[in-house]
Design a protein around this ligand. Sequence first.
Ligand code: 1GP
Length: 244
Amino acid sequence: MIYDQIVTSSQQGRKLLAILLDPDKVEDKHLEQMFNRIGNSGVDMIFVGGSSVREKMTDNLVHEIRKYSELPIVLFPGNYEQISDHADAILFLSLISGRNPEYLIEQQIKAVPQLQKSDLEIIPTGYILIDGGKETAVQRVSETKPISANNVDEISKTACAGMYMGKKLIYLEAGSGAVTPVLPEVISAVKEALNIPLIVGGGIRSKSALLKAYESGADLVVIGTAFEENIEFLEKIVKNEHIC
Ligand code: 1GP
């Protein structure tokens, strides 16, 4: 089970890396080349999702990924239509930093009929949007305000509330393409407050930013844009070459 793998890695201090593929942005014809690059780069899982993905696109992408990779595929859906029974697991997200019932509970209810028919591992996840220095797609689509980047107290309390509500993961999100990733002091304060694994993503474009997130307490880091823009990104990280 993917959640068990995340928990075990977290307990052992083994940091995990996920690559986010957005069905709206990835072209099937580039996948083989992408997965050749991903091959020995230390990627642990593939996240699939996006803010404005249409029905069926997720399913198609999951099918295509299976042709080139045996890595676990975890759905990271922007809405209930982005569910593919052919993935391994789904982050069952609730946008707990926001106050829009649509993304706190409505989308989750709409997802139930398909989830009841699927064998997907469902991982309840508290999703916290933090200001990353520019308006991001999550903010636009969810019509919610991010929490200020340095409001450590509010972010920590939100994460804790999520854990007390039974979320099994907390995801600190600066938003895809964020100018500023989640601050190290925020990651460490949240990690300190939690006894569940912590995911961090948004705006991580360099090896130093990746290492800083890990050192601060992220158990799993998600990278999307940096890989989309330069598929050599991961290899350069592994080889320790300078990027950004
Ligand atoms: C977005 O956290 C992910 O939901 C990844 O962000 O695209 O900025 O890497 P980037």
